[in-house]
Ligand binder design. Structure first.
Ligand code: NAD
Length: 240
């Protein structure tokens, strides 16, 4: 029996009512958005970890913005894939994502916590005031009307996650009957710790072994777009 079949079997037996879905960059890989650590993660030979930081932005805001404009363009052109669409069929299940691409909401998920912000929003480094800005900027780095720099409204390495987002996710980790962990390397904290906190059935979908594979009940070594739809079908069918 494959691990996908075993996971589906466990869902049929336990008939989970509340589901928490935790997603990382891998869920959007099938939409053509590169993960940080996979092929295409490097941009002009820079590592993402050296660009997505407050220090990099202080040192060279134009360079950091050029990278973000490239990523914003990829995301603008991308479409939700079969994994995002399957997750949206779970209705009001909570989706806590490390992604900044907004694809869960675009697929129709209504209960999404964006732990790391959203790349379509910008905010002033002095005034805050997050706002949507979808179009490319004419001049880089862009500035607020107050004259200060604008930055992407995302959480950079070394910055704190929004307290309320973490608290809501942690309380759902404790309450959920089933945790689905899809496409995360499981090494970025605190999201990486959520799988460890969960008691009960947990299923990981990731073609590679990750930092959470060992703590999940089942690790399904397949792509998100391939394995998520049958898992979601099993969850929905368990209650028919
Ligand atoms: P990561 O890049 O560190 O790891 C991605 C994981 O996805 C890997 O374990 C990889 O094996 C797996 N993966 C690759 N292709 C997959 C597929 N088709 N299906 C399922 N899994 C697949 O990503 P992470 O752990 O989410 O990294 C954290 C940081 O990267 C976050 O801060 C996030 O904001 C940022 N990030 C976001 C996006 C996005 O918004 N789409 C893209 C790249 C990075």
């Amino acid at each position: 029996m494959s691990s996908l079949d075993e996971a589906i079997d466990a869902i049929r037996k336990t008939r989970p009512r509340s589901v928490l879905v935790l997603t990382g960059a891998g869920v959007s890989a099938d939409s053509g958005i590169p993960t940080f650590r996979g092929p295409g993660g490097l941009w002009r030979n820079f590592r993402p970890e050296d660009l997505a930081t407050p220090e990099a932005f202080r040192r060279d805001p134009r360079l950091v913005w050029e990278w973000y404009e490239w990523r914003r363009g990829l995301i603008r052109d991308a479409k939700p894939n079969a994994a995002h669409e399957a997750i949206a069929r779970l209705g009001d299940a909570l989706v806590a994502t490390q992604n900044v691409d907004g694809l869960h909401a675009r697929a129709g998920s209504s209960n999404v916590i964006e732990l790391h912000g959203n790349i379509v929003r910008v905010r002033c480094v002095r005034e805050g005031n997050p706002r949507l800005h979808e179009e490319p900027f004419d001049d880089l780095p862009p500035r607020c009307t107050c004259g200060e720099l604008l930055r992407p409204d995302v959480v950079w390495f070394g910055e704190a996650l929004p307290d309320d987002a973490v608290a809501r996710t942690v309380s759902m980790v404790a309450a959920a009957d089933l945790l689905l962990v899809i496409g995360t390397s499981g090494i970025v904290h605190p999201a990486a710790g959520f799988a460890t906190l969960h008691q009960g059935l947990s299923i990981e979908i990731n073609p590679e072994a990750s930092g959470v594979s060992a703590v999940c009940t089942y690790a399904v070594p397949l792509r998100a777009a391939e394995a998520t739809p049958p898992i979601v079908d099993a969850i929905l069918e368990a209650h028919r």
